[in-house]
Design a protein around this ligand. Structure first.
Ligand code: SF4
Length: 178
């Protein structure tokens, strides 16, 4: 099951993954689901080797959204992104993915496709704010785990409490003055 294209409407914010620069962060949307990762032989074997359970993880990011439950650690998105939005989260924080919902990362993880820690790793949109909307990652993902949509900024801002109705409608004519 690929990423739910309507995830900001159908899911709720379950975490905030902070960037260590203090300025940036991305939201995590849940609940997660049982999807491609739970059915993939390489992923299952890697979890077994670690003695970790496969649990629903949800979607990391809002404008650049990557469904961790659909991610099978292929890494094509990491390789193709021209501005290094993604990193292998486990190469910086080697903890179960569920712990990343409210983690802080410095963005020092690997951005090389074949440098995944193992197949329990996930491609994490730690630099979501740098996306240039080229859509390359969306088209290469083998499980359609990624949704990129600039207009989802509205959901990010609503979750942050910074959403401004006036700004979002800045193309509308100004109201009459009386
Ligand atoms: S849309 Fe392009 S710039 Fe944005 S995360 Fe995907 S590959 Fe990177």
């Amino acid at each position: 099951m690929p990423i739910d294209l309507e995830f900001p409407r159908n899911h709720q914010v379950i975490g905030r993954h902070n960037h260590a620069d203090v300025q940036h962060y991305h939201y995590v949307w849940g609940p997660g689901k049982t999807a491609e990762a739970a059915e993939n032989e390489e992923v299952k074997a890697a979890y077994q080797t670690r003695g970790e359970e496969i649990v629903p993880l949800g979607v990391h990011g809002t404008m650049v959204a990557l469904d961790f439950d659909s991610c099978i650690a292929d890494g094509s998105c990491i390789e193709v992104c021209p501005v290094q939005v993604f990193q292998w989260y486990r190469t910086e924080n080697d903890v179960p993915a569920i712990d990343m919902a409210n983690a802080t990362s410095a963005g020092t993880g690997s951005i090389v496709k074949e440098e995944r820690k193992d197949y329990t790793d996930k491609s994490d949109p730690i630099r979501e704010h740098d996306c240039i909307w080229c859509m390359a990652c969306v088209s290469v993902c083998p499980t359609q785990a990624i949704k990129v949509d600039q207009s989802n900024l509205e959901f990010h801002e609503k979750a942050s409490g910074t959403f401004s109705e006036a700004l979002s409608k800045s193309t509308s004519p100004p109201p009459h003055a009386h």
